[in-house]
Ligand binder design. Structure first.
Ligand code: PMP
Length: 426
């Protein structure tokens, strides 16, 4: 049996350091919200492979759909020979994605690719080439999505400047002094200083920022953004790669925002652990690119499509949206109880089950406490709980536990977090 230590050593010799690793653990197997490492140690997984496992590790329905598909075909390349699971999934998403208008869906493999394609489509539809993205945004690691991503270090540091024509607006965040008015004013500043609105193809926004710290935009802000886009013929792109697939208590977070985006991206939990992503948008907009301009060798693989269709079924059968809301309430109450005892926790927030806490020194919102956050993550791991941090200052602890988690395990996870805070101060 290999130890984590030995494998970590081999990893550092074989794999570039740029591929970071949060926990020095090699996983061997997993089931729902539990993971076992190569040494046989069990962990509770509150990270869900970064928002990929809303239906848990290896949900039996997903596994059996994949097994069935594997007996039929695993690859033809959809652009060469089409297959029905791709079509069925697109039809389902055309219904599920918010927006009372005809829609079409394109499947790809990763969230970054979905965002890249959404912008390509917006550019083709508007015949414009500027894009507005927000502070704290995360949209991916490809060249263009790095331009959209609002965090240089570590994502694009040392790689030179990324592609141009991307302008940065302020994401509304009352906790850090950015009001909705400030955020809208920052867009008007771009229109005045940097690029005329008629040169902007798209505004790309995460309705709830993921890597940026689990800050949710308000419905009122989204309405103003929608109005701005309508006024100037700009495409509103909702990046739901992290907030989608049921995390926020509705299948897409935009359902709670009162307005629809023209184009929506999704990935991660949509296929329960298999690589699948996509773009859904207004049918006329999605048709702006000529045949051959969209696609990819593995895009919408039959295996991943079968998994995604099973994920949709599981959401219905197990009322996972209802569970997300219940889970969100339990997490919020549990974390608020811990926050009452620990003034370092300056905020408990989230939408549905997309819940996070933000840590500060002496509760001062101007002093992010990354050291304590890292300490809690490490302590929790030692106690068998896998956590993830996020936020521009690495001082946010986010919870992405499967929506299928058993109540006892949820309570166990909360108890470990409480213990970690108690011990960190001793
Ligand atoms: N958009 C958002 C909102 C994300 O959270 C992520 C991944 N964290 C991406 C895009 C990129 O997805 P991927 O890593 O699959 O390329």
């Amino acid at each position: 049996m290999s130890s984590n230590k030995e494998l970590m050593q081999r990893r550092s010799n074989a794999i570039p350091r740029g591929v970071g690793q949060i926990h020095p653990i090699f996983a061997a197997r997993a089931e729902n919200s539990r993971v076992w490492d190569v040494e046989g140690r069990e962990y509770l997984d509150f990270a869900g492979g970064i928002a990929v496992l809303n239906t848990g590790h290896l949900h039996p329905e997903v596994v059996s759909a994949v097994e069935e598909q594997l007996k039929k075909l695993s690859h033809t390349c959809f652009q060469v020979l089409a297959y029905e699971p791709y079509l069925e999934l697109c039809e389902t998403l055309n219904q599920k994605v918010p927006g009372d208008f005809p829609k079409k869906t394109l499947l790809v493999t990763t969230g970054s690719e979905a965002v890249e394609n959404a912008v390509k489509i917006a550019r083709a539809a508007t015949k414009r080439n500027g894009t507005i993205a927000f502070t704290g945004a995360y949209h991916g690691r490809t060249h263009y999505t790095l331009s959209l991503t609002g965090k240089v270090n570590p994502y694009s540091a040392g790689m030179g400047l990324m592609p141009g024509h991307v302008y940065r607006a302020l994401y509304p965040c009352a906790l850090h002094g950015i009001s909705d008015d400030d955020a809208i004013a920052s867009i008007h500043r771009i229109f005045k200083n940097d690029a005329a609105p008629e040169d902007i193809a798209a505004i790309v926004i995460e309705p709830v920022q993921g890597e940026g710290g689990f800050y949710a935009a308000s419905p009122a802000f989204m309405q103003r953004l929608r109005d701005l886009c309508d006024e100037h013929g700009i495409m509103l792109i909702a990046d739901e790669v992290q907030s989608g697939a049921g995390r926020t208590g509705t299948f897409f977070a935009m359902e709670q925002m009162g307005v629809a985006a023209d184009i929506t991206t999704f990935a991660k939990s949509i296929a329960g652990g298999f690589p699948l992503a996509g773009v859904t948008g207004r049918a006329d907009v999605m048709d702006a690119i000529a045949p051959g301009g969209l696609g990819g060798t593995y895009a919408g693989s039959p295996i991943a499509c079968a998994a995604a269709l099973a994920v949709m079924k599981v959401f219905e059968q197990e009322d996972l949206l209802g569970k997300a809301n219940k889970l969100g309430n339990t997490l919020r109450e549990g974390l608020l109880a811990i926050a009452e005892k620990h003034s370092e926790i300056g905020d408990v927030r989230g939408l549905g089950a997309m819940i996070a806490i933000e840590l500060f020194e002496d509760g001062d919102h101007n002093k992010p406490n990354a050291a304590l956050t890292a300490q809690i993550v490490a302590r929790a791991r030692d106690k068998g709980l896998i956590l993830l941090s996020c936020g521009p200052y690495y001082n946010v602890l986010r919870i992405l536990v499967p929506l299928t988690v058993e109540e006892a395990q949820l309570q166990q996870g909360l108890a470990i977090i409480a213990e970690c805070f108690d011990e960190a101060k001793q």
